[in-house]
Design a protein around this ligand. Structure first.
Ligand code: PEP
Ligand code: MN
Length: 363
């Protein structure tokens, strides 16, 4: 993979803290609504105010955003909070209008990240502009599309890039609107270590009940912030009513979150962790050496059975082996369930190797 250059979020010049808190309504509805919500959010000490001006709706006929007029209202939020504001852009025209209106940070939505033509159009409109862009994960769990959008931004000189984890659509009915698939943001972080990933529990959950739990999970997984849809009158919101919460509920939720120490801020923790990980690496190597040695013996037994025309599987022997090993494990605090599944995997492989040996013999 070509090197991706990221200006870390703490160097974007907004004084963001960890975790980064983004809040605001799904959609901007009126100047009054933006004024009310941003004032109500004042005590939450958020880092960034969000509101959708152009709304990508799955079916036509629902509210598709207030459009350009709403960009002016974002200035009210900026003024009330003294914090940067962000909105979604999906084409070159949105970019042009958002830049003209002084929007501080842009985001690319999930339905746009899936389409390289649209992402490229946005990037072309951003060429030579120094503005931070947050890239939501594509609707489908395709890491390459997510990375591709980040690379396209990089190609036009944008380095202030963050990612937003909003979950992934799938055909199964699950408790989530969009399944979190935590391995996806973690993999992205592994491939692009400097990128900050902000989780969007609102679009993951699609309801209010699970928001706190998923927000906490995001922090536990080491993600760098959360974006939560907040509305002064959630039940009557013009979009995503079911998942929005009032600033008051939001405040309570944020105050209850357990903020874990970021490992990057604590070099001594990092060193200890690295030492422990090295030990685990050594143990794994030993484990594999021992296993391979064990299979060598198994092969010798196989040869012996073949020479003496004995059956591969000998029930009584295996029963004794299992029971004695399970006891050895449980005596050392390993669970019986784990011991049985470990032994069964080893046994299956042993039989397979011995059978292969017999087959060779029959050839
Ligand atoms: C949104 O943030 O309101 C939105 C439309 O999100 P997504 O692109 O994740 O569906
Ligand atoms: Mn929404």
């Amino acid at each position: 993979m070509k090197d991706i250059k990221i200006t870390k979020i703490e160097d974007w010049g907004f004084g963001f803290k960890n975790p980064i808190l983004v809040a605001g309504p799904c959609s901007a509805e009126s100047a009054e609504q933006i004024d009310t919500i941003s004032k109500q959010l004042k005590s939450s000490n958020i880092d960034m105010f969000r509101a959708g001006i152009w709304k990508p709706r799955t079916r036509p006929g629902s509210f598709e955003g207030v459009g350009e007029e709403g960009l002016e209202w974002m200035k009210i939020a900026k003024e009330n909070l003294g914090k940067p504001v962000t909105t979604e852009v999906a084409n070159a025209k949105h970019v042009e209008q958002a830049l003209k209106a002084g929007i501080d940070i842009l985001w690319i939505g999930a339905r746009t990240t899936v389409n390289p033509f649209s992402v490229q159009e946005i990037c072309d409109a951003l060429e030579g502009v120094d503005i931070p862009v947050m890239v939501k994960n594509p609707i489908n769990p395709d890491l390459q599309l997510w990375i591709g959008a980040i690379e396209r931004l990089n190609n036009v000189g944008i380095t202030k890039i963050a990612a937003i984890h909003r979950g992934f659509s799938n055909k199964y009915v699950t408790q989530f609107r969009n399944a979190p698939e935590w391995s996806m943001p973690l993999k992205l972080k592994e491939l692009i270590p400097d990128i900050s990933i902000i989780s969007d529990p609102s679009h993951i959950c699609g309801n209010r009940e699970m928001l706190a739990d998923i927000s906490q999970k995001a922090l536990n997984f080491g993600l760098d912030g959360i974006m939560v849809e907040t509305h002064n009158d959630p039940d009557n919101a013009w979009s995503d009513a079911k998942q929005q919460i009032t600033p008051e509920t939001y405040n309570a939720m944020i105050n209850n979150l357990v903020i874990r120490n970021s490992i990057d801020n604590a070099p001594e923790l990092k060193t200890n962790l690295e030492e422990l990980r090295e030990k685990v690496d050594v143990m794994d190597r030993k484990l594999i050496d021992v296993l391979s040695e064990r299979f060598e013996y198994i092969k010798s037994i196989g040869k012996y059975k073949r020479a003496n025309n004995l059956a591969v599987f000998q029930k009584d022997r295996w029963k004794d082996v299992t029971e004695s090993r399970v006891k050895m494990g449980t005596d050392r605090d390993l669970s019986e369930e784990f011991m049985r599944s470990l032994l069964s995997a080893i046994h299956e492989e042993s039989i397979k190797q011995q059978e292969e040996m017999l087959e060779k013999d029959n050839d």
